[in-house]
Design a protein around this ligand. Sequence first.
Ligand code: NI
Length: 174
Amino acid sequence: MIRAVLRMGDPRLLRVAEPVSLVPDAELDVLIADMLDTMRALDGAGLAAPQIGVGLRVVVFEVQANPRYPLAEPVPLTVLVNPEITPLGDEVAEDWEGCLSVPGLRGLVPRYEHIRYRGLAPDGSAVERTVSGFHARVVQHECDHLDGILYPRRIEDLAWFGYEAEIAGLRELL
Ligand code: NI
């Protein structure tokens, strides 16, 4: 079922989400199905449970020829329960991000270029990957939602924050 996505300003987006205590679980499976339906209906690269008003540590992401991210490398469909991120090295890269909770806007956000992440799949099996670039960016963005952080708080210079339809000129300045 496609769910309503909370938008920036809704205080529920600022809460720290709770760990999921039981995996696998039928209710969890319904939540995940709703998150995937919602992400795909809106052409999102990812979605975190707090964005549909559920304060649990669950994220989903997938990038396949996404019209909102035409230049992005593909990222496999992934569901992560109770994810944890470990930066690998201190290399940081800046790139443009958007968010279904901040519709119409894009901002330039620094993220770790290389990370390891781990979590549980919906069947309770362990997921562990070492990734870089856009894949690493998507995971960091989604996991930030679990700690109540929306990407505009990560923008270091708000000159690089604007409406998607207007920022072609900003991109050329970089
Ligand atoms: Ni987001």
